[in-house]
Ligand binder design. Sequence first.
Ligand code: PMP
Length: 428
Amino acid sequence: MIYKRSSALFAEAQKYIPGGVNSPVRAFNAVGGEPIYVKEAKGAYLYDEDGNKLIDYIASWGPMILGHAHKPVVDAVVAKAQKGTSFGIPTEMETEIAKLAVSMVPNIDKIRFVNSGTEACMSAVRLARGYTGKDKIIKFAGCYHGHSDSFLIQAGSGAVTFGSPNSPGVTQGTAKDTLLARYNDLSNVKELLEANKGEIAAIILEPVAGNMGCIIPESGFLEGLRELCDVYGVLLIFDEVMTGFRLARGGAQELFNIKADIVCFGKVIGGGLPVGAFAARNEIMNHLAPLGPVYQAGTLSGNPLAMAAGLTMLSELNDHPEVFKSLEEKTAYLHRGLIKVLNDAEVTYTINRLGSMISVHFTDDKVVDFESSAKGNNDTFKKFFHGMLTEGVYLPPSAFESWFLNDALSYDDLDFTINAVAKVAGAL
Ligand code: PMP
């Protein structure tokens, strides 16, 4: 494939934007080479500035669950834009989307909309601290909850890809309040709770992790966390930025039948526009300003274009719950295909998958936490990534990211992808 124009655009971008990108993982540092520049996208496909067509397995890192430029979403945004793009004054649509989200997600009474997943998680933790009167939080190594200070402690995703899971700029004062646990290790969490009795406001986690590849909670892990939280008087925060409205209509809470105390959303909830949200039962949410003392605000929060995209996306999923089944079936099909061709090629691998989140790790050990994920052979991943790109398949440009399937993918696209993996794996 030719990437001449992308390359020129990247060179120009680097003069004016740090690293040429507005979010680090886009720069391809983890896999080497240069990023492609997207010109447009439709359904399951990306079209780059050089005229290449690629099958997209990142779906804007999750949001485009129904495919790119999904007509009802685009129509809703265009219609809204003609009536003004921001007011900073309430609109009816904010209540409509809040009402719909509350009806879809179990165990929440109220929801507050923000502009990103980072804001959602940052605000959720502040609310948990304000509600409990405690300062510390427990997070898991390899989980990513956005780039706010408290979370850049052994963070996953781009932070670990770029070798800065603990970013300079985060003060010791902030870092000391974030305690680190191993994913899928309840006894480790219990030790931390015991050693910091009465000081922990919340445990935050991705109920299915997607920022160290896809990591599935082992049986009893989420249940065990719920129990520990109840015993120690700690709030359980599910960061459902990836899993919300993707793994099920009601997200991981519904899928695993576990009640979280606060839930964070992003990605799908905005239908591809910048939206995040956090939600909880009244008892907790009523602590938020203007009802309560915990402050949180946003000039563009509840923005009409963003709400139009989000409301349309959630309505589509609510009205067509068969989408979740279809995504499950498509991803299971891809999973089976990958197993076959990787076995045929005698490649060492482990695949983790839940619903439409899937990742291939080039190790034969089980991948259950950050440590085991980091054992994957990154050189093999790089070759795999570039091989697939050459074949016309766009995978996440880092081994520490989950792939996200979208429902616009056809079985022909999946077959094409499986054949591409067969070709690429043969040369690994
Ligand atoms: N939480 C999780 C689980 C995420 O995957 C992400 C982003 N990948 C975030 C929070 C942060 O969201 P945003 O990039 O919208 O700030």
